[in-house]
Design a protein around this ligand. Structure first.
Ligand code: GLA
Length: 367
């Protein structure tokens, strides 16, 4: 069942009537460009078919009643509710407050993104909440970019994660099945289709990336420190700037990742456009090494899974961790005909459960 079907059924079960409409926002996978969005960098995420759906109907009165079907939990938000709350409630409260929703709404939320997988379930929840409130006429209509900014504010102010804007932009403004080359400095974007003979496998490492917000915020802080010491945005820095600048060793390594990853993302977008899978794959491999060794956001299990994929793929493509790190998913970009074989190998050598949960993104023959 899709998230939309799940939300519709959950609404009727919980509220005893039919929903008026269903709003949806996708999760995303990032092909390359990790931990650079908060440094004015370039990123290459791709919105997924999977995401968060909200079935909703208006009602009289100031209450907002929200049912989270995945947890079988309900919460009534009153006009005076200020939090703090936990988990999904905090995101719901944040978006309702930021968008100035006054009340009169019942919502049922359901998602089909694997939890703790680093595929942006929280960004998709926030964007879906915004879309529901806007479609119901209870919030001002916003552009996709402004909705993404509101959702980022929700992460910062209500969830305490100092995230960049990639996930929210991919969810709010991306085009399903196309990679989005996003310039996080001015939010300009171009969509690039996956070539028809490529497949990207999204493979869960089964290492859940929960309770890692502190590590994430610390990485961002190091990058901001580097930019401050060097007197310019890391987007404008060269490897030479880093070599000469008076940076502490750990800060230098973090910044070196960012500077090189931005260049890799630019090159990867060009390789994707030119349909050069070996070039694209080599950039993915280099990105993984950098996130593991310089930025230190990987995990031994994730490294093992990436190595397994890379050994199989050789020069035909590449593999890397994706997203914030510390667990979550690995991606492998390969010629389409190798997909089933690599998936079977993962089942045999890594974990059956990982094989079963693989998401295949196939290049669109019409794309
Ligand atoms: C998380 C954040 C994003 C981005 C990635 C790493 O997904 O929400 O803003 O920083 O990590 O690329």
């Amino acid at each position: 069942m899709t998230a939309q079907d799940l939300a519709t059924a959950a609404f009727t079960r919980q509220f005893g009537r039919a929903a008026e409409r269903v709003s949806f926002a996708p999760g995303r996978v990032n092909l390359i460009g990790d931990h650079v969005d908060y440094c004015d960098g370039l990123v290459l995420p791709m919105p997924l078919r999977q995401g968060t759906a909200i079935a909703w109907a208006r009602m009289d009165g100031p209450q907002i009643s929200v049912y989270a079907a995945d947890y079988d939990e309900v919460h009534d938000f009153g006009p005076e509710d200020t939090g703090p709350l936990n988990g999904w409630r905090q995101y719901a409260l944040g978006m309702l407050r930021i968008l100035g929703v006054k009340g009169g709404l019942q919502m049922a939320i359901a998602g089909d993104l694997p939890r703790g997988s680093g595929l942006s379930s929280s960004a998709s929840l926030c964007i879906a909440l915004g879309r529901a409130a806007q479609s119901a006429g209870l919030a001002e209509p916003l552009t996709g970019t402004d909705l993404a900014k509101a959702a980022q504010r929700c992460e910062h102010e209500f969830a305490g994660v100092a995230c960049g804007i990639m996930d929210q932009m991919a969810s709010a403004c991306g085009d399903q099945g196309r990679a989005m080359l996003l310039d996080c400095r001015n939010l300009d974007s171009t969509n690039i289709a996956l070539p028809p003979d490529w497949t990207v496998l999204i493979i869960p490492s089964l290492v859940s990336r929960e309770l890692v917000d502190g590590e994430y915020n610390a990485r961002r802080q190091s990058c901001e420190e580097a930019a401050q010491v060097l007197g310019k945005s890391l987007r404008d820095c060269t490897p030479e700037d880093l070599a000469c600048g008076p940076l502490a060793e750990i800060t230098r390594r973090r910044a070196a990742h960012v500077v090189a990853e931005i260049a890799r993302t630019r090159d990867a977008a060009a390789a994707l456009k030119a349909k050069e899978l070996p070039v694209f794959g080599a950039l993915l491999n280099a990105s993984h090494a950098s996130l593991r060794d310089l930025f230190e956001v990987s995990h031994p299990r994730v490294d093992a899974l990436v190595r397994l994929c890379q050994d199989y793929i050789g020069a035909r493509g590449g593999a890397r961790m994706t997203g914030g790190g510390f667990g979550g998913c690995v991606i492998a970009a390969i010629p389409q005909e190798l997909g089933p074989d690599l998936a079977a190998l993962i089942g045999r050598e890594y974990a059956r459960d990982a094989e079963r949960a693989i998401i295949f993104l196939n290049g669109d023959a019409n794309g």
